[in-house]
Structure formats: structure tokens, C-alpha cells
Design a protein around this ligand. Structure first.
Ligand code: SAM
Length: 283
């Protein structure tokens, strides 16, 4: 239980583009706290000026978060309440704040998170892809080889996948998505959400890639990529046909080779088929 004499750490989302998206409660908290911790004080200073909030502002960003945590906690213990904001959207979502919140919670200090703008939920709710389950994957690695490795690991992910993406890498990332997932998987690129040039491009990976390559404006601004999850093929549910092929091939080939060929013919994973054949042999 938090000590009643201690202040509260408020996690306050700010707009991701449209300044009208800040909530009344967020503004009230920003006014009432004793100080505001911001990722970039100059950037947030402009927002606070726009909101008519005059308050102490100090920097808490990824490079000084660990050093600042003790001082912030000392202030909370002294009774001051503090709001944490990031440059845009919800703090801690690909933004600083995790160390602070984790340590405040561990120390029994009160943490209150406000709901508000976030590019993930905004993009997903307008995309038209399944949202009953989704997986947020953050930013993809900047280097091609690492990026493809991360994507490869997601090949069987059944949930809609959400990636934050940088305009400098969108063309390369689309090429890697195509390489790893093939041309047909559904993709949505949400750009400049809540802003003047908000755009959703949707279609197969190949279609979205073509639209982006054909118009350099689509390579600009802030963007979220959403990739449809893997749909288990009917052969996955019922590998009977693949097993029949495998048994035929086995008459002429070793099991491993037969499993690899049958898997390729039926669009299955060779290890799955190989294991099924071993299981059948041992039954
Ligand atoms: N904390 C933020 C949030 O709640 O969404 C995200 C911060 S992260 C450092 C910045 C990334 O979020 C951008 O590179 C982009 O991928 C995504 N993003 C932020 N604002 C966006 C917008 N208006 N439209 C599309 N994507 C946005």
C-alpha cells in the first residue's frame, strides 16, 4: 500500500498528432502535479504552452532515466506528485518510463496511468484486420539480416502483428516482409494518424509495396505496419493428403528427403511431416 503522505506518479498520454486529442483529465493532472517529467522538455514545452499549463518541467529520457529515478522517487516520497509524458502518445509504449514505473511499484509508491492516444490502438482500430488478438512487435531492427531473422521467427504467428516503422526504412522493410511472408499476406500501412495527411494503405504485401514505391509521399511521416496473422492451411489441420504423398515418395527415397518434398508440395513444414511419419512408424 502506498503511504498517503507520498505523492503520485501519473502516466499521462499526449496527442500523436491532433492536439485536440488530449483528455480533460490529462490537462487537469498536468496542471495539478508539482512537476512534469518529459522526454524532450523543448518539445513538450510547446504542448504545455498550447494547453496553458505552466509547470516545472524536467527531462527524463532513455539516456538519463536510470540516474533520474532515485531523484523522482525522493520527490514522490516528499509528497510531490509528478506526471510523466513522452514526445507523443502513451509513455512506456516504445518510449521511456519503464524503469521509473517498475521501481515506483517495487517501492510501493502510487502509480496512476491515464488512458489516451496511442498509435497502436489508433492504427489497429481503423485497419480492418482482426483485433481480437494482436501482437505488438515494436520497431523492427534497422539492419536487413536481423530484420529478416525477426520476421522469420513470426512466420507462424496467428495474431495480427503490429510494428512501428521509420520512414527511412519502410521501403527495405516492405521488401523483407515480401521475402519472408510472400506476396499474398494482408498488410495495412497506417500513416500520419490523426494528422492532415492520415492514410491507410491496405491489400496484399505486394500491393502495398507497389503503392509505396509508386508514390514517395507514402514513404514519409510516422507510420505503423499491421500484418495479418498466419491462417493455418487446411493441410495443417488434416495432413492426410501430405502423408499419402510422403508414403508414396518413401518407396523411392529416404524418409527425410520424402518428408521435405511432400512438405513442399503441400505447403507444410518438413519437420512437422517428418515427425508425423516417425510417430506413425512408432505407433
Ligand atoms: N508512445 C507512442 C505511442 O503511444 O504510440 C509511440 C512512440 S514511438 C517512439 C514513435 C512511433 O510511433 C513512430 O515511429 C510511429 O511508428 C508511431 N507513431 C507515432 N505517432 C504516429 C502517428 N501519428 N501516425 C502513425 N504512427 C505513429
Amino acid at each position: 500500500m502506498a503511504d498517503a503522505s507520498c505523492g503520485t506518479l501519473y502516466i499521462v498520454p499526449t496527442p500523436i498528432g491532433n492536439l485536440a486529442d488530449i483528455s480533460e483529465r490529462a490537462i487537469a493532472v498536468l496542471r495539478e502535479v508539482q512537476a512534469i517529467a518529459a522526454e524532450d522538455t523543448r518539445h513538450s514545452g510547446q504542448l504545455l504552452q498550447h494547453l496553458g499549463v505552466r509547470n516545472e518541467l524536467f527531462a527524463l529520457h532513455e539516456h538519463n532515466e536510470r540516474q533520474r529515478v532515485e531523484a523522482v522517487m525522493a520527490r514522490l516520497r516528499s509528497g510531490d506528485s509528478i506526471a510523466l509524458i513522452s514526445d507523443a502518445g502513451t509513455p512506456l509504449i516504445s518510449d521511456p518510463g519503464y524503469v521509473l514505473v517498475q521501481q515506483c511499484r517495487a517501492a510501493g509508491l502510487k502509480v496512476v496511468a491515464l488512458p489516451g492516444p496511442c498509435a497502436i490502438t489508433t492504427a489497429l482500430s481503423g485497419a480492418g484486420l482482426p483485433t481480437d488478438r494482436f501482437s505488438f512487435e515494436g520497431f523492427l531492427p534497422a539492419k536487413g539480416q536481423q530484420r529478416r531473422k525477426v520476421l522469420q521467427a513470426l512466420i507462424s504467428e496467428p495474431r495480427t502483428m503490429v510494428f512501428y516503422e521509420s520512414p527511412h526504412r519502410i521501403v527495405d522493410s516492405l521488401a523483407d516482409l515480401l521475402t519472408v511472408f510472400g506476396a499474398e499476406r494482408q498488410l495495412v500501412l497506417a500513416r500520419e494518424l490523426t494528422k492532415q495527411f492520415e492514410t491507410y494503405l491496405s491489400g496484399s504485401i505486394a500491393e502495398v509495396q507497389q503503392l509505396v514505391l509508386a508514390d514517395s509521399n507514402q514513404q514519409r511521416g510516422e507510420m505503423v505496419l499491421m500484418l495479418a496473422g498466419a491462417v493455418p492451411s487446411s493441410d495443417d489441420d488434416d495432413p492426410t493428403a501430405a502423408m499419402a504423398t510422403l508414403n508414396l515418395l518413401r518407396k523411392e527415397l529416404p524418409l527425410k528427403k520424402a518428408a521435405a518434398l511432400a512438405a513442399e508440395i503441400h505447403g507444410l513444414r518438413k519437420n512437422t511431416l517428418y515427425q508425423l511419419a516417425l510417430d506413425a512408424d512408432n505407433a
